[in-house]
Write a protein that binds this ligand. Structure first.
Ligand SMILES: *[C@@H]1O[C@H](CO)[C@@H](O)[C@H](O)[C@H]1NC(C)=O
Length: 218
């Protein structure tokens, strides 16, 4: 019985090795930069981490293709390198000798990208699925329409203008307060001038008056 099981497992792994190979048509290469992402807090990539990877991918496949219960065994990994990179393929739960289409795997990875990244504390740049561009890059561009950018710029300019006006008015008030004594002097001068002007006008009046006087004298 045990021999049979061992034989079955061996044949299964042999099959898996045949299915998964570098540059496999339905496979994807994964590259991890754990040290770049986490520095001193980097964890060591080991069998348990690989199990988690396969489990998260099985989860992603289940989310993508409903009704198909992908298991960890459906995620077949090969060509693993120590500075971590590896290839993987996804087999069908119904028939593990058949591979899931590359496009479906890509869609599944895109859909669950954030969940996969967060499981390994990595980002799109430090957990690369080679050939699958990051999902966030594409939808971000249409999310900010051009009118919003123009609106933002206009509002920024208006806001800056308001701030400039407020600041300049405050500065002017301060200057007025500082030069209050000077202003008072100037005020006195102007008062004097107006008084002089008044006297001048009075002088003119007086002139006419004097003319009258002359007329009366005449
Ligand atoms: C799985 O698919 C292969 C290839 O199409 C076929 O030969 C095999 O019989 C299938 N196995 C099962 C269990 O359906």
């Amino acid at each position: 019985m045990l021999e049979k099981i061992i034989f079955l497992l061996c044949s299964l792994s042999a099959l898996s090795e045949q299915l998964c190979a570098p540059d496999a048509s339905d496979g994807y290469k994964v590259r991890l930069s754990i040290k770049t992402a986490l520095g001193d807090q980097a964890y060591v990539w080991n069998k348990n981490e690989m199990f988690l990877f396969r489990a998260t991918l099985a989860f992603a496949m289940r989310n993508q293709i409903s009704g198909q219960d992908f298991e960890v065994s459906n995620i077949v990994v090969c060509d693993e390198t120590p500075r971590v990179s590896f290839w993987f393929v996804v087999t069908l739960p119904a028939n593990s000798s058949l591979l899931v289409d590359k496009e479906k795997v890509e869609e599944a990875v895109r859909k669950s990208r954030n969940r996969i990244n967060s499981a390994f504390l990595l980002t799109d740049k430090t957990l690369e699925f080679i050939g699958i561009p990051p999902t966030l890059a594409a939808p971000v561009k249409p999310d900010t329409p051009p009118w919003l950018i123009v609106f933002g710029v206009v509002m920024g300019v208006v806001g800056a203008g308001i701030v400039f006006l407020l600041v300049s008015s405050v500065v002017q008030r301060k200057r007025r307060k500082d030069e209050k004594t000077d202003d008072e002097d100037i005020g006195e001068e102007t008062r004097v001038k107006t008084v002089e002007n008044g006297s001048a006008s009075e002088g003119v009046y007086n002139m006419s008056f004097s003319d009258d006087d002359r007329l009366t004298k005449m």
